[in-house]
Design a protein around this ligand. Structure first.
Ligand code: PGA
Length: 234
């Protein structure tokens, strides 16, 4: 079983999500499928498809205008939440410390955090990919984790760019993440690959060692793109 997560970003509508859920309920799959959608869609009845949020507050409650707490997203049925997505790190200056606090809040409310890690193009060019990824994992994962977490390796330069790293680059990044998690006592944590996944590269990517599934942006918005990916992943 692999984990396949769609990240709708700020796209779609309640009607589109209902259609997607109806389409996905027609297929048979052993894979765990999660759709991470805008907050306003989280209460939709999703059957066997798990819904998740795309962000959560690092705070429990209080004077944080515009923020949504982990308790609130749990109340409307979210089982997962993406934390530390590259777009949050880039547009909202989220650091590993903030990401760790958000992941902690999720865990305290029974929500599985999907913790994103990955290097920028500048870091890649400077030969720092492995150091950045290792530090991201060490600093973004809460201490003392006893519940499920998911890590998503997303090379930030490849997101939405239509380019993917080489098989060797993905294998190397996932090995470093697996080793770091093992050192932290978190063996067996699923490590997903994300960035420019599509139906032509999905099955090759999940065949790479230590790749436990996929985090998919653009290609998760239409069932005509997403269903063949889910079906191609064994
Ligand atoms: P993409 O996005 O699949 O469109 O590259 C991935 C992501 O941002 O999670």
């Amino acid at each position: 079983m692999k984990t396949i997560i769609g990240n709708w970003k700020m796209n779609g509508s309640r009607a589109k999500l209902a259609e997607m859920i109806a389409d996905l309920s027609q297929i048979e799959t052993q894979n765990r499928v999660v759709l991470c959608v805008p907050f306003t869609m989280l209460d939709i009845d999703s059957g066997t498809i798990n819904l998740g949020a795309q962000d959560v507050s690092a705070h429990k409650s209080g004077a944080y205008t515009g923020e949504v707490s982990a308790e609130m997203i749990a109340e409307v049925g979210a089982k997962y939440v993406i934390v530390g997505h590259s777009e949050r790190r880039m547009y909202h200056d989220e650091t590993n410390d903030i990401v760790r606090a958000k992941a902690q809040m999720a865990l305290e409310n029974g929500i599985t955090p999907i913790i994103c890690v990955g290097e920028t193009m500048d870091e890649k060019r400077a030969g720092k990919t492995m150091d950045v990824i290792e530090a991201c994992v060490r600093e973004s994962v809460p201490n003392d984790v006893h519940d499920d977490i998911i890590i998503a390796y997303e090379p930030r330069w490849a997101i939405g760019a239509g380019i993917t790293p080489t098989t060797q680059e993905i294998a190397d990044a996932h090995r470093v993440i697996a080793d770091t998690l093992s050192y932290m006592g978190l063996d067996g944590t699923p490590i997903l690959y994300g960035a420019s996944v599509n139906v032509s590269n999905a099955s090759d990517i999940v065949a790479i060692k230590n790749v436990g599934g996929l985090l998919i942006g653009g290609a998760s918005l239409k069932s005509a793109d997403l269903i063949p990916i889910i079906e191609s992943v064994k």
